[in-house]
Design a protein around this ligand. Structure first.
Ligand code: NDP
Ligand code: 2IT
Length: 450
């Protein structure tokens, strides 16, 4: 799709020229700007206030050296990032990704998406993201600890409970958050809610671990109910990935009556026609930090296939991509549609390529875009911040009920925006617009510094 609106066209061309080669970032910006055509057409004040020009430029992008010593006494050097993208509606908030593919483009795309996602939660959090090209796979606990301490030594200069509150993402779980929190406290002599996803013994929130996967299923359930009078009951579900998001999406989809038959990692996928035995997966992934292949040695009748993209060939009613960006392309979408998929919701960030997403929408498949469908994680992080501020802990049931409410509201706000702006049922438009409006309004009220 090409831009019909001259203002959006001009801004996008400038973004392309200023961020050459940053394909993930450009992909994310293009999708959002395309959705904003009816908004900027209707109200010229977005243009006169330079809202779009400003919203595509990070407020701050920090890049730093992270040196640490491995178990053999060798010095290792990684690159750390924090992108503080937009603080119009609250302190920067967003995860830290530890994966060898991390670069400025990936962090900027994630930070940009986070602006609109965080706005959709209805909670007062701005958009940010960070991480490093450090690969935790195959590292000892000591190596991970030394990396995290070195990483936080620099990051601590830029974050704070009222400034920027990082959390987990790919490769960053409870272990890494714990080491980073310990280092921040050591450096500052402050016990504050500077990170979320903390352990329950030191300020973490119940249900944060489950929140992204559960939230994705709550969103999907509401979308199925309102748009197709359907539910998870009796449905075959395929979920990619086998990390935090995939595991708890599997748990909730199963509780809601679905049968999850496949999971994956970056090497391959497992198929279990009887429905995934999640206790086995949790033991392999959360306790042993092993590979998903191992499942087949423990569960009779399960199959393992090399290569992760083959997972989309499995016939299913509901597909939840929960691994990483661009993991589901146009030809995978064709196969899913041919096999009768009725709903796709993105547990990961930008897992569907633009042509895949377009195919789903055109085929009438219900499509829940990432910034709406996976917002439950960051929403519950914001609930963790609230608990930290009041120095109280809420029960699991309390947090889970709030999470469910938030996901149901996100669906309805996105749906209503899609209708109001002339694309009824297209939740890509709806989520982008609903997320944008609040941030843009706050930016207008706060003025431009000159
Ligand atoms: P984890 O590190 O717990 O798990 C990541 C999973 O995705 C692993 O199974 C991993 O396989 C797989 N994966 C990662 N990179 C690739 C790749 N390049 N190709 C194929 N598979 C890959 O991360 P999370 O579950 O936390 O995150 C998954 C997705 O959800 C990400 O897109 C993240 O940004 C998003 N997300 C996470 C939230 C959270 O609260 N954690 C909140 C909202 C979104 P392998 O072990 O082989 O690398
Ligand atoms: O992509 C995301 O929303 C996250 N990784 C969670 C961020 C957070 O601050 O909890």
């Amino acid at each position: 799709m090409e831009f019909k609106n001259a203002y959006l066209k001009k801004v996008y061309e400038k973004v392309e020229a200023r961020n050459p080669g940053e394909k993930e970032f450009l992909q994310a910006v293009k999708e959002v700007l395309e959705s904003l055509e009816p908004v900027v057409e209707k109200d010229k004040s977005y243009e006169t206030n330079g809202i779009i020009d400003r919203i595509v430029e990070p407020e701050r992008l920090i890049q730093f050296r992270v040196s640490w010593v491995d178990d053999n006494g060798n010095v290792q050097v990684n690159r750390g990032f924090r992108c503080q993208f937009n603080s119009a509606i609250g302190p920067y908030k967003g995860g830290l990704r530890l994966h060898p593919t991390v670069c400025a483009s990936v962090i900027k795309f994630l930070g940009f998406e986070q602006i609109f996602k965080n706005s959709l939660t209805g909670l007062p959090i701005g958009g940010g993201k960070g991480g490093s090209d450090f690969d935790p796979k195959g590292k000892s606990d000591g190596e991970v600890m030394r990396f995290c301490q070195s990483f936080m030594t620099e990051l601590s200069k830029h974050i704070g409970a009222d400034t920027d509150v990082p959390a987990g993402d790919i490769g960053t779980g409870a272990r890494e958050i714990g080491y980073m929190f310990g280092q921040y406290k050591r450096l500052r002599n402050e016990f504050t809610g500077v990170l979320t996803g903390k352990g329950l013994s030191y300020g973490g929130s119940l249900a944060r671990t489950e929140a992204t996967g559960y939230g994705c299923c709550y969103f999907t359930d509401e979308m199925l109910k309102c748009m197709k009078n359907e539910s998870f009951k009796g449905k075959t579900v395929v979920i990619s990935g086998s990390g935090n998001v995939a595991i708890y999406a599997t748990e909730k989809a199963t509780q809601l009556g679905g049968k999850v038959v496949a999971l994956s990692d970056s090497n391959g996928y497992i198929y279990d026609a009887n429905g995934i035995n999640l206790d086995v997966v949790k033991q392999i992934k959360e306790v042993e930090r092993g590979r998903i292949k191992e499942y087949c040695n423990r569960v009779e009748g399960a199959e393992y296939h090399e290569g992760c993209s083959g997972i989309w060939n499995i016939p299913c009613d509901i597909a939840l991509p929960c691994a990483t960006q661009n993991e589901l392309n146009g030809s995978a979408a064709d196969t899913l549609i041919k096999n009768g998929v009725i709903a796709v919701a993105e547990g990961a960030n930008m897992p569907c390529t633009p042509d895949a997403a377009e195919k789903f929408v055109e085929a009438g498949v219900l499509f829940g875009p990432a910034k709406a469908a996976n917002a439950g994680g960051v929403a519950t992080s914001a609930l963790e911040m609230s608990q930290n501020s009041e120095r109280l802990s809420w029960t699991f049931e309390e947090v889970d009920a709030k999470l469910k409410d938030i996901m149901v509201n996100i669906f309805h706000n996105s749906y209503n925006a899609s209708k109001e702006y002339g694309h009824e049922g297209n939740l890509i438009f709806g989520a982008n617009i609903a997320g944008f409006l609040k941030v843009a309004d706050a930016m207008k009220w706060q003025g431009v510094a000159y």
